[in-house]
Design a protein around this ligand. Structure first.
Ligand code: GLA
Length: 380
């Protein structure tokens, strides 16, 4: 799997890479738009990975190439912030430099090969930043922990690229274990591995969204406005998700729409994610699936981050008897997950039929397994 990145490095730079690492995309089982509100999330890593092959370069210069277009970009990363995917690498270099985990002089050559589709809600950006962080820190001989790698990758995206995401995607890409989902408390970063071996389908609706330009930053601003108002009620409130679930009435009274709806989603979704992890640990897939449906409804009605294509998939899955289904990731298009018990073929056919009827084309449907997090790859 690391071969395309290594071959590309050779082709672009005429020499062998000195280190390589890969990191996975992810799907979130439940806990949507809770991470940047200090709530809980329950993601798994998927099998598709991004690989970064790296070597030293001219001081202060990043030379980056990807299999997508094969063009080498040159960036003076301390002064310039380019557009597009190399901005993410620029952020990684700056953060590694600050952490003293970059080669002296800070020159780097990076070749990227990715199997994670972009814009499908599978977090291709975290796969990229985590793989690059792992590879570049290893090139410098720095031993960063999984959490430190996630932290570098997270700040690369938020502080440099300017996407105001939470910590979920980078953390699962760094810490995932095969056959497990990760219950992550995003305020404390407390993490627990929960066995996950259920049949899960990923339905890519083929509608794409651009996260930076999309609704994520807007929703985040709404959540901050809600916290500001709720501080009148609870002066020590820091995170929206820490509002006590038993005080929902008080929250509803304090906020006007749309802040009320956003806040009710965040508080409810956090409770659902924690409960879901508990049910999963006890292998109670039926009630677990029920929470997935509830989560989708909350995303659709309260957080307004669904899309008609996603609703079509979830509706068809439910009618065909799936245990649960919901959008996954930021939403506004992208992919949905479907938890299947019995009758997988019937469910797949029903979703396909409903989607073709509504949109005249078939969605891409495949099964996903909880896969491994970031790892070093051999370059020799
Ligand atoms: C995007 C962000 C994540 C998270 C989800 C919504 O994927 O990158 O941090 O906020 O949206 O749950």
């Amino acid at each position: 799997m690391p071969r395309p990145a290594i071959a590309l490095f050779h082709a672009a730079f005429g020499t062998a890479p000195r280190a390589a690492a890969s990191a996975p995309g992810r799907v979130n089982l439940i806990g949507e738009h809770t991470d940047y509100n200090g709530g809980s999330v329950l993601p798994i890593a998927i099998a598709e990975r991004t690989t970064a092959a790296v070597g030293p370069g001219e001081a202060g210069v990043l030379e980056a190439v990807s299999t997508r277009d094969g063009q080498v970009s040159r960036v003076r990363w301390q002064e310039q912030l380019p557009d597009g995917w190399t901005a993410y690498l620029t952020g990684v270099l700056r953060e590694l430099w600050a952490a003293e985990a970059l080669t002296p002089g800070g020159g780097a050559r990076v070749a990227i090969a990715s199997e994670v589709p972009v814009g499908a809600g599978l977090s291709s950006s975290a796969a990229l930043t985590v793989a690059a962080t792992r590879a570049l820190s290893s090139l410098a001989g720095a031993k960063l922990t999984g959490r430190q790698i996630a932290g570098v990758a997270f700040r690369a995206e938020t502080d440099h690229v300017g996407v105001r995401c939470g910590v979920m995607d980078q953390t699962i890409a760094a810490l995932a274990k095969p056959g497990h989902a990760l219950l992550l408390e995003c305020a404390s970063l407390e993490a627990r591995q929960i066995p996950f071996r259920a049949r899960l389908l990923l339905v890519d609706t083929g509608t794409r969204h651009d996260l930076a330009a999309g609704g994520l930053n807007a929703r985040r601003a709404e959540c901050e406005a809600a916290v500001k108002r709720l501080k009148v009620e609870l002066p020590e409130l820091v995170w929206l998700a820490s509002w006590p679930a038993e005080w929902l009435l008080r929250l509803k009274r304090a906020l006007k729409e749309p802040l009320r709806a956003r806040a009710v989603h965040v508080v409810g979704e956090t409770a659902r994610a924690r409960f879901a992890a508990q049910l999963l640990g006890q292998r109670k897939l039926k009630p677990f699936g029920g929470l997935l449906y509830e989560s989708h409804e909350s995303c659709r009605r309260l957080y307004e981050c669904s899309a008609p294509e996603l609703d079509t998939v979830v509706h068809a899955a439910k009618r065909a008897g799936a245990l649960g289904a919901r959008l996954t990731g930021a939403g506004w298009g992208g992919a949905a997950i479907v938890l299947v018990g019995k009758g997988e073929k019937r469910i797949v056919d029903a979703i396909t039929r409903a989607f073709v009827k509504a949109y005249g084309r078939e969605p891409a449907i495949r099964s996903v397994q909880a896969s491994a997090g970031a790892r070093l790859e051999k370059v020799g």
